[in-house]
Design a protein around this ligand. Structure first.
Ligand code: SF4
Ligand code: SF4
Length: 364
């Protein structure tokens, strides 16, 4: 028999698993034991959840706010608290709260006292204002027009009382975003950078740095076209079309759009991802042109607090921000919050057809 035929076939290549790692080994042992067999949970006090399993086991979760972007020392401190005052297990929520799990009720109060002693407020559950989901800001991203985490710190200093109580009509999710186009989130109230002038092009750098077809294709309103400037291949913008979205700046940094004066902040309200009690909703812009004024962004704080305070006083129990506005209508929203209404605000979906996505370009 031919020797070559007898050779073993080559071993099959194993797939490389690059998805989410298996999480069970990180869970508290009671969570593993009762996985999928929980009966109910309640909240003995703001910031604490008690989970009761069909087996009779009980597990208390204590939730505390963190600054999200943390140094190693802070992470070590949080882990030390987990080892000494909890049972060695923690997890983070999508809004950057840290949660500790304990199996005995008597461990809850000392854990809360230790967290608060180190400046981590306990709360963020139920009908509270939870920690703000925010984007990367100046620390990590290459295109931010503001420091999302800085806005968060300034705002949460003002809203800490509502974080620690459960006195809002329903839960309130906030988010901040440091550009208009990428990882910004839907929220009951969102603070988003708003550019108000088209990018300024540095023609000396475009040819070396930018793939011009990519940049041209990126513009949602077809406002960019190739051009020769000073004998070099570059780009030009039709400023009458440009809607100052900033989408061209990430693939082409020489198209600088961030500006200390003309990059502003806008506030959007009424976004909701869940379909509990009502459909998911898109948020709408209700305030624009607010100064991008680090490090405390006081003008933004005033408007945010005003909207939240009117919502708290006027909404019925269990109305999310969008439900409340739906019931009272936009004219009364602006009356009650005393925000100036202009034609640039709200923009419903049908109206957006003339201002958004008007080109047939393929975008990436
Ligand atoms: S929102 Fe924009 S600028 Fe901010 S981190 Fe995300 S991509 Fe970067
Ligand atoms: S991508 Fe946006 S900012 Fe850039 S030219 Fe087009 S509309 Fe203007």
């Amino acid at each position: 028999m031919n020797q070559a035929v007898q050779e073993k076939p080559a071993a099959k290549r194993k797939p490389k698993e690059t998805g989410v790692p298996e999480n069970k080994k990180y869970l508290h042992p009671l969570m593993v034991k009762n996985y999928g067999k929980w009966k109910y949970h309640d909240r003995p006090r703001p910031g604490v959840l008690r989970h009761v399993a069909h087996s009779g086991d009980q597990l208390w979760t204590v939730r505390a706010g963190t600054q999200r972007q943390m140094d190693v020392g802070t992470i070590r401190l949080l882990c030390d608290i987990a080892d000494k005052f909890a049972e060695g297990h923690v997890r983070f929520t999508i809004r950057s709260n840290i949660e500790y799990m304990v199996s005995k009720a008597e461990k809850v109060d000392p854990l809360i006292a230790e967290l608060e002693k180190h400046g981590f407020p306990v709360g963020g559950t139920g009908n509270s204002i939870s920690m703000i989901a925010h984007t990367q800001g100046w620390l990590h991203c290459d295109i931010p027009g503001t420091d999302a985490s800085g806005v968060v710190k300034a705002l949460m200093d003002d809203l800490i009382v509502e974080f620690k109580r459960e006195e809002m009509p329903n839960r309130v999710h906030l988010s901040t975003s440091c550009c208009e186009i990428n990882c910004g989130g839907q929220a009951d109230l969102a603070i988003i950078v708003q550019h108000t002038k088209p990018p300024v092009i540095n023609h000396d750098l475009v040819a070396n740095v930018c793939e011009r077809p990519t940049v041209v294709a990126r513009c949602p309103v077809a406002a960019i076209r190739p051009a020769m400037v000073n004998g070099k291949p570059s780009l030009e913008i039709d400023e009458t079309k440009c809607m100052c979205c900033g989408a061209c700046y990430p693939p082409c940094p020489p198209m600088q759009i961030n500006d200390p004066e003309y990059s502003k902040l806008a506030i959007w309200v009424g976004g909701k991802n869940s379909n509990a009690r009502g459909k998911p909703t898109f948020m709408k812009m209700v305030a624009s042109g607010l100064p991008n004024n680090p490090p405390r962004w006081p003008e933004v704080g005033v408007v945010v607090k005003r909207i939240l305070s009117v919502y708290k006083d006027d909404a019925r129990p269990w109305e999310r921000m969008a439900d409340w506005i739906d019931r009272i209508g936009w004219p009364r929203f602006f009356e009650k919050t005393e925000l100036p209404f202009t034609k640039y605000l709200i923009d419903d979906w049908r109206g957006s057809r003339s201002t958004f996505n008007a080109s047939t370009h393929i975008r990436f």
